[in-house]
Design a binder for this molecule. Structure first.
Ligand code: MC0
Length: 154
């Protein structure tokens, strides 16, 4: 059901300076930028591989745009660093229902808007070994990759 790593979210105080660091040190370019008002973040996507076809993996840099946002709280408590890991799925609602049915707290009643037109939901870090976990259904059709960690439905 979770077939790939969609992105790793990294909290930072200064998006432009952090993007420049990832360009200079790692060689990754910003391939997309947007503000997600609902989540209270300005974000930059740095594509690590592939194309924007719903199968690529990204680093996602997150800068809070307001103090009462989850990323602002995280930065105040823990400082900069890895904020969450996001797994790709072809059906975020079904994945959330299955995982929620196993007793893991799903943090959204229904999927919300995520980066690049995706649908997302979060799982509580305390139920995921201390890791805030996001489920992502990329915009458009997404077919699980061969060799992904998915049971073959055949
Ligand atoms: C908090 N905790 C974390 C954490 N945030 N642990 C690991 N990773 C994180 N990112 C831990 C705290 O250290 C604390 O543990 C406990 O969870 C409660 O934290 P809190 O500071 O009291 O905060 P809460 O409980 O009010 O909220 C935490 C929670 C919240 C994860 C439920 O941040 C949330 O709903 N997050 C989901 C939405 C989100 O993060 N949006 C921003 C990214 P201790 O042991 O110290 O008590 S938006 C995004 O990423 C988008 C746009 C996209 O991908 O497309």
């Amino acid at each position: 059901m979770l077939s790939r790593i969609d992105h790793i979210g990294i909290a930072c105080f200064d998006l432009d300076a952090t993007a420049e660091l990832y360009r200079r040190v790692h060689g990754f370019e910003v391939t997309h930028e947007e503000v997600n008002e609902e989540q209270g973040v300005r974000e930059a996507m740095l594509r690590v591989n592939g194309t924007d076809d719903g199968q690529a993996t990204y680093l996602q840099l997150l800068e809070p745009v307001r103090e009462d946002s989850p990323v602002a709280a995280f930065l105040a408590r823990r400082g900069e660093g890895v904020h969450h890991i996001a797994f790709g799925t072809s059906d975020v609602a079904a994945a959330a229902a299955e995982i929620g049915g196993a007793g893991v707290r799903v943090l959204d009643e229904s999927p919300r808007a995520g980066s690049m037109g995706s649908s997302i939901t979060f799982l509580h870090p305390k139920d995921c070994g201390g890791v805030l976990t996001e489920l992502v259904q990329a915009a458009g059709a997404e077919t699980p990759r061969q060799g992904g960690n998915t049971a073959d439905p055949e």
